[in-house]
Write a protein that binds this ligand. Structure first.
Ligand SMILES: [Zn+2]
Length: 367
């Protein structure tokens, strides 16, 4: 899955030679060293065919008063109708009890031993699935979104929407909890697909989650009722499959318009999702809410001055725009909501919605 590396190589467009202060005969040893390094940097940028305008040097920073949650809250309050994009991964669903199904250590794979998989991830490979769909559905049975309730993080995102601040929500999760939390589909981009719908692999006939769930819970591999041949596969993205068109289309359009980016509960290791953080405007502040710092600029990008990755070690708010808040997503969201003055509203929303879902689950079991 998601093997596409997001290579945005630009045309070779070397900087014009401009006579700088160093052309005067007054340079110190340090200046000479700097200009030497600068030459190496420019040479490498040219060799790598990277446009100098992709580099960090022209960025506008200093938009946050301070590089803290308070600095961010000030910023959000001061921009009318602040356009916020949220990007999330499995970390926002952990407290809902959803296992990390891609990890062989999650325990989900124990039931697959009888199938003699060549390696655990084969279960999510399209070619393998076409030959042998049974192991996937055995796994799916354990993680079909049943009775899972969205977390406070999901409801925080819904609050952003209710307040008119959510520009778009990008999720790596396939657990459909954003939908359960009441986020409208037009605000939602499920980058790695979803269990919410499925399609026949042969004739592409569409199927609902309810229909697939019924078969899977009865240990039946869902077969298409239209062509009576194809297997019906949930629309989650397998290894060897393209990401959804909606993701490719909207990711290109959305990010440059964002006023603020929130990244939550993702290790930012999977491309092209991870590189979305670089698509916002150079002056757009970015907040990471996660157990640990991730997605940082690497040494080579730093040396070349490339705008790639998050930078958390800026000394002052004039030289940086990224803030990391380390901890679990629900706590981070509640803190942010408190400081925005929505703390009680968020708690109420979680309570009310969880009670509603509990009642729904109960009546579903009774019928
Ligand atoms: Zn079919």
């Amino acid at each position: 899955m998601e093997k596409h590396n997001d290579e945005q190589k630009k045309d070779n467009n070397p900087d014009e030679e401009k006579p700088g202060p160093s052309s005067e005969n007054t340079e110190t040893e340090e200046d000479t060293e700097d200009s030497g390094m600068e030459k190496v940097r420019k040479y490498l940028l040219q060799k790598l065919k990277i446009n100098a305008s992709d580099s960090e040097s022209d960025s506008t920073t200093g938009v946050l008063k301070e590089l803290t949650i308070d600095g961010i809250v000030d910023y959000i309050k001061q921009i009318p109708k602040c356009k916020i994009i949220t990007m999330v991964g499995a970390g926002i669903s952990t407290s809902a009890g959803i296992p990390d199904f891609r990890s062989p250590s999650s325990g989900l794979y124990h039931n697959l031993e009888k199938y003699n998989l060549p390696y655990p991830q084969a279960v999510f490979e399209l070619d393998f699935f076409k030959e042998n769909p049974e192991p996937f559905f055995t796994l799916a049975k354990q993680l079909l979104p049943e009775g899972f309730k969205p977390t406070p993080s999901h409801y925080f995102i819904r609050l952003l929407w209710e307040k008119g601040l959510l520009f778009r929500h990008y999720t790596q999760n396939i657990d459909t909890l954003e939908r359960v939390a009441g986020l409208p589909t037009e605000k939602l981009v499920e980058a790695h697909g979803t269990f919410h719908t499925g399609h026949c692999l042969k004739c592409r006939a569409p199927y609902t989650l309810e229909w697939m769930k019924e078969k899977v819970l009865e240990n039946i591999v869902p077969k298409c009722e239209e062509c009576e041949e194809g297997v019906v596969k949930p629309d989650i993205v397998f290894f060897g499959e393209m990401l959804p068109d909606r993701f490719l289309y909207l990711a290109d359009k959305d990010f440059i318009h964002a006023d603020f980016l929130i990244i939550m509960g993702s290790s930012l290791l999977v491309q092209p999702f991870a590189s979305l953080v670089d698509r916002v405007h150079p002056s757009c502040p970015r907040l990471l809410i996660n157990k640990e710092k991730v997605g940082m600029q690497d040494r080579i990008s730093r040396f070349l001055g490339l705008r790639q990755g998050l930078i958390f070690d800026a000394k002052t708010s004039h030289s940086g725009r990224d803030v990391a808040w380390l901890g679990d997503c629900d706590t981070g969201c509640q803190l942010l909501a408190d400081k925005l003055g929505w703390g009680e509203e968020l708690k109420e929303l979680v309570k009310r919605e969880h009670a509603r879902l509990d009642a729904e689950n109960l009546s579903a079991k009774d019928s």
